[in-house]
Write a protein that binds this ligand. Structure first.
Ligand code: SAH
Ligand code: SF4
Length: 406
């Protein structure tokens, strides 16, 4: 049932520029230029309803039309209005003139030895972002980007060496999931029994960018993704990772309600200032304050504390013990991430023995402390390795080292 993206007919450059214009006659173009068409992907139900009405859909029909279009786009994965057979032909033509169903374009797709897939996607303006699919035994996680680059400069993160180019739109965020489902062939076939094991069963906002610096678009995108009549990922299968944008944490609980992960990475302000410089703005104490309220506000489960293991920097037994003291009282699990190296990185991964010793202290204190197996390292798809190589405006190695305090 899935139809492949159709390329809208391209209007002559300049549109009506050459048409004779008289003062009192307004000519309405028969076809709108593609750029003027509204992309349906990423609009919330309310936004889609408003857009349909603004384009001329009678108000009393609008809610029903939203429901129909929604199912075609997000349940069946249809990209072509002509395939929407429960809509009248005229209405399909009307939609095709004014709207489009557009997802980012796949520039490259790499498959790791371990099955991890990394997509380099092109979005409007010629920018590029990366999305990573990580298959596991009985689930599959899609790691989605929220920005091109990042304004923050965590000294161990490859993305942090790339300046922010722009926020992604809600459509570009939702589009990453749709592209992955295209590639995995995961749209349902009509009449086929409902498949309970989904290839993309979980979504993590852990790709490029700081999602809480693009709050509104991330929220809208997650509303689309969570909608039960479409992509239908439950809020408990979505994890948003933040470096610690304290003022937006309560809003994340209230307006998105997904699970939260926080890039903690250090147990003293002096070290965290160096690793996650946003700590200079909101320190460990303020961050923990916001995290204490999160589970109550979102009715969610534990918070994941992400902790990158950097040799000789944050990986001592004392660090492990301090970490336990700091998070006391917060329902938490601690995700230890062996540092993933990237060209010019100013750190080394802690030894395996050190990581295990650290994990053991945490485990004995009663916390789950999984060590995240690096996935897709051979294709630079592991945590913190994402960066669109073609983007210009990167920082120099000297700047990276200076920010790491080396
Ligand atoms: N900007 C958000 C989400 C993206 S990063 C955030 O910082 O939370 C996803 C996770 O990978 C974060 O915990 C981040 O700190 C971690 N990470 C970044 N670079 C890494 C690297 N080189 N090795 C291992 N983990 C890294
Ligand atoms: Fe940005 Fe997250 Fe990387 Fe820090 S770790 S630079 S916040 S993407």
């Amino acid at each position: 049932m899935t139809s492949h993206p159709t390329i809208p007919p391209v209007a002559a450059p300049g549109g009506l520029a050459g048409a004779p214009i008289t003062q009192d006659v307004v000519t309405i173009p028969r076809r709108m230029e593609p750029a003027l068409r509204i992309n349906i992907v990423g609009l919330t139900r309310d936004q889609l309803r408003d857009a349909l009405i603004a384009a001329g859909t009678p108000e009393r029909q609008a809610r029903m039309r939203v429901g129909q279009i929604w199912q075609w786009v997000y349940h069946w994965g249809v990209r072509d209005f002509t395939a929407m057979t429960n809509l009248a032909k005229d209405y399909r033509a009307f939609l095709a003139e004014r709207f489009e169903i557009a997802v980012p374009e796949v520039v490259t797709r790499q498959v790791s030895e371990d099955g991890t897939r990394k997509y380099l996607l092109r979005i409007a303006g010629g920018h590029e972002v990366e999305t990573v699919y990580i298959p596991e035994d009985n689930r599959g996680t899609l790691c989605v980007s929220s920005q091109v680059g990042c304004t923050l400069t965590c000294s161990f993160c490859h993305t942090g060496t790339q300046k922010l180019v722009r926020n992604l739109t809600a459509g570009e965020i939702v589009g990453q999931l749709m592209v992955a489902r295209d590639d995995l062939g995961e749209w349902p076939e009509p009449g086929a029994p409902k498949d309970e094991t989904r290839l993309v069963s979980n979504l993590v906002l852990m790709g490029m960018g700081e999602p809480l610096y693009n709050f509104d678009n991330v929220r809208d995108a997650m509303r689309v993704v969570m909608d039960g009549e479409g992509l239908s990922l439950s809020r408990r299968r979505i994890t948003l990772s933040t470096s610690g944008v304290v003022p937006e944490i309560a809003r994340t609980a209230e307006e998105i309600g997904c699970l939260l992960a926080v890039s903690f990475h250090a147990t003293t302000d002096a070290v965290r200032d160096r690793l996650v410089p946003i700590n200079k703005r909101w320190n460990i104490d303020e961050l923990l304050g916001a995290l204490r309220d999160y589970p109550r506000l979102s009715n969610s489960e534990r918070i994941t504390f992400e902790y990158v293991m950097l040799d000789g920097v944050n990986d001592s037994d004392d660090d492990a013990r301090r970490l336990i003291r700091l998070i006391r009282g917060i329902p938490a699990k601690i995700n230890l991430i062996p540092f993933n190296e990237w060209p010019g990185a100013p750190y080394r991964r802690s030894s395996w023995d050190r990581i295990e010793a650290f994990a053991d202290i945490i485990y004995k204190a009663g916390y789950a402390s999984p060590i995240r197996t690096p996935r897709g390292e051979d294709i630079m798809a592991a945590c913190g390795q994402l960066k669109s190589a073609t983007e210009r405006g990167r920082k120099s190695a000297a700047q990276v080292a200076a920010e790491a305090g080396l």
